[in-house]
Design a protein around this ligand. Sequence first.
Ligand SMILES: Cc1ncc(C[n+]2csc(CCOP(=O)(O)OP(=O)(O)O)c2C)c(N)n1
Ligand SMILES: [Mg+2]
Length: 1010
Amino acid sequence: MTEKLLVPDIGDFENVEVIELLVKEGQDIKKNDPVITIESDKSSVEIPSTFSGKIEKIQVKVGDKISKGDLILNISNFNQESIESKIIPKDTENLIQEAEKALKKTHEQKSQNEKKVKPEIIQVINDGDLDPLETKDWLDSLSAVIEKDGNQRAHYLIKELINKAYMEGANIPYTQNTPYINTIPVNEEKKSSGDQNIERKIRSLIRWNAAAMVVRANKKFPELGGHIGTFASAATLYDVGMNHFWRAKNNKFGGDLIYFQGHSAPGMYARAFLEGRLNEKQLDSFRQEVNPGGLSSYPHPWLMPNFWQFPTVSMGLGPMLAIYQARYMKYLINRGLIKDEGRKVWAFLGDGEMDEPESLGAIGLAAREKLDNLIFVVNCNLQRLDGPVRGNGKIIQELEGIFRGAGWNVIKVIWGSYWDSLLANDKTGHLVKTMNETVDGEYQAMKARDGAYVREKFFGKYPETSELVSSLSDKDIWRLNRGGHDPHKVFAAYDKASKNIGSPTVVIAKTIKGYGMGKTGESVNTTHQTKKLDIDDLMYYRDRFDLPLTDQQVKNIEYYKPDQNSLEIKYIKEKRLKLGGFIPERTTYSKPIKAPPKDIFDNMKESTGIKEMSTTMALVRMLTNLLRDKNVAPRLVPIIPDEARTFGMEGFFQKIGIYAHEGQKYEPEDSAQLSSYREEKSGQVLEEGINEAGAMSSWIAAGTSYTNHDIEMIPIYLFYSMFGFQRIGDLAWAGADSQSRGFLIGATAGRTTLAGEGLQHQDGHSHLLASTIPNCVSYDPTFHYELAVIFREGLRRMHEKNENVFYYITTMNENYPHPAIPKDKSCEEGILKGMYKIKEFNKNKKTKIQFLGSGTILREMIAGAEILQNEYKIDSEVWSVTSFNELRRDGLEVERFNLLNPDKEPKKSYVEKCLGKTEGPILAASDYMRMNSDQIRPYINKSFYSLGTDGFGRSDTRKNLRKFFEVDKEHIVTYGLSILAKEQLIASKYAKEAIKKYKIDTNKPIPTKL
Ligand SMILES: Cc1ncc(C[n+]2csc(CCOP(=O)(O)OP(=O)(O)O)c2C)c(N)n1
Ligand SMILES: [Mg+2]
């Protein structure tokens, strides 16, 4: 039977041009195979076949204009099944099945009716209770339900009661908080199988060596800095994870991913020292990284590429990156690219760090996407750098409320085991009442004093609490420990966190900043920056943690490492061996992706004739082509923060789907259209919503996939160029440190090219921001073939040759015709190096000027050069500068070489090679600040002038904007004449005439002042 394939609903477009035929007559195709590509003035999209079969006749040709309902081709339809079964290659199918099976297993809910041991009931007394007897009845009933039917049933009843009260019109006061006690009742604590004695000894050694490392470094060079207090407060939180929970990457398992809090780095080095991974010499080169072998101040993969995985020290980036890492891990699983092995992402954060908007900004996404592979541990030592985090309140309670409200599983670890019996004996509820009433400023002050002070200020508040501790000595009271320092409590919390299903978990642990540092460093406001401990403090530290060091060893601040065969060293190694290896460790076993053949880009090397298009459209066309390359296609990760339609990328929705962990539960409003909004569990596009920071975090996760998941991926993040580096600069820096590979596309770029959008949107400096990042390679191409050459080279360098660079490319939304790539063989090399000659105007064989132009302004220059030739008899050479940034980098290197080798034949910068023998002065311009083109001024020994878009943008037409910023062809002609006059090559009257002719107001202030 013959079927007719018609043009489907293509949205608002009529008469859209066919730009490619993707099939031939006689060819067998299957359903959903693309058959033609059509292009409107804004976007291009492929039309897929709705049938399987053999193509009989193609009814359209390239250049035809088609609309909905037009006939595309006839197809003889045959058995769909047989073709469709061939669609998924066997390997992929198995991989997907395996991943799905594994998924199912982890998601099987554990039986909810497990018999519960009766929990100890802690009463919370309330002074405003009208009828305490009635309250008791209700509470007793609840206890009975918990005992008989378990927590779930109790939750259900409470929920129903609240609903009922709401329906009856009662105003329910909302509370997100639970009492200020541990979330896990004592009888539900899972016990650790570890040897607590040895673990304490190991922990003490790590504490000592970490502190010694910082103190020694600062004794030598006080300027080096470093931190003791952060790790001192967090040692137990890390140790329990290291000994019992965190599984390393090896050939059988992908590994858990741990984001260590930046300032606790000394603790990780100290552990690696005991593990035999670092030696004393290395510890002694903490923060001295200029010579090889030094240890970086904080976690920096760039500086310690075999050790650190994640840069975290810029506060707030760690939490956000961890969330998107966990989400990306699920993305890879749902796309069938990695197996679901139950890997976890753990992020360690400071309580002060939680002030950063980024720390909390993405927690909603984590809950929404049910990221049960994610665990936050917030170390609440109640202090940040200057003082208490919430002196007048309680950071733990505040965070509990925020995370609970967002849908997280919250586990508070507030009190250590010494408190258990006191809490069990708190029959009147006054202890919990005191705990609830005491603010963090008081909690901090207490730990800066002693047991007597705590007895008076805390327990002395009520007779009932005084009584509770009457039999305890001041020393006993001092020993009452905080949860985050108690390995039993921490173990129980981690155990519960790692078994949680369906939501992310936050462990909120209470600790003491500078724990064990004594009078000068423990719980005092200046703890954070304490990096020197005097001998008395060091002695105290030794005694506090029972370290086996003589007085002399303490005085010498010697490191301590027990013998290889000691119980401690054997234990530490054995525990890590059991968990698969060492952490942190950064390794890479991914296979490179073969760059696509050049012919994939062929159509971008031909002239578009009179057809106009923007470079953004050309890019989308190119990506569509790339999706046909079997090596590259599955590895592309397009990332867009709610701007796909702005960039003409809506065709991607249907073609590769939008990632949605729950699939699509609704029929989209536009379901009949070709670019309908299609969400899918295995969708490829990361549609991040209006969220540049989140999109950049996804880009980093995908860009480091090669090391964190051993699979090379190609993230391409498209954004409004103004909302790129300017908005997420610190993340871009962290991405660079992480050695991310991928493309950042600053779309709708150029201060005068974006036109109508105005001051906040018009980017005239992103290239300068890009240039600040050493491994960011950036380009500002004008024509589609330039873009193709740059992009292919990016794929080759990053994903085939595994160079640790990333690409920033600006694309524009101005439509214009694109010429064919010049025949000159060196053109491609020039495009990549940063400049090549694109046109020569030499009719007059007289006065000459060199024009260097970038992006859309190159076209103004070509037009200006033509006017100069025809109307003023001035010849010129026009150079397309694809990257002032790259030219400058080359210049820097060459200049340095020449200065360091004064006796050698000087090398020539690439700029000089291009321009050294040319005639006339140079005028350079771009749609960016003058500083962009000024970058190459030192590398060419000729008169050099630049034009650019310095100043605030504003909305208007492109023509008016270019006139305003003086980068239009008329200004280029005028300034060109003026420059030639200044260089005494022509008379000044020509420039004056041009000023008059083009009505240039010489009294107008420079745009930076407007
Ligand atoms: C973005 C950013 N701003 C400021 C700092 C400087 N800084 C370093 S640590 C610190 C205080 C950290 O307090 P907290 O998060 O509570 O960590 P703690 O050391 O108490 O565990 C500050 C302000 C930074 N590292 N990053
Ligand atoms: Mg803190």
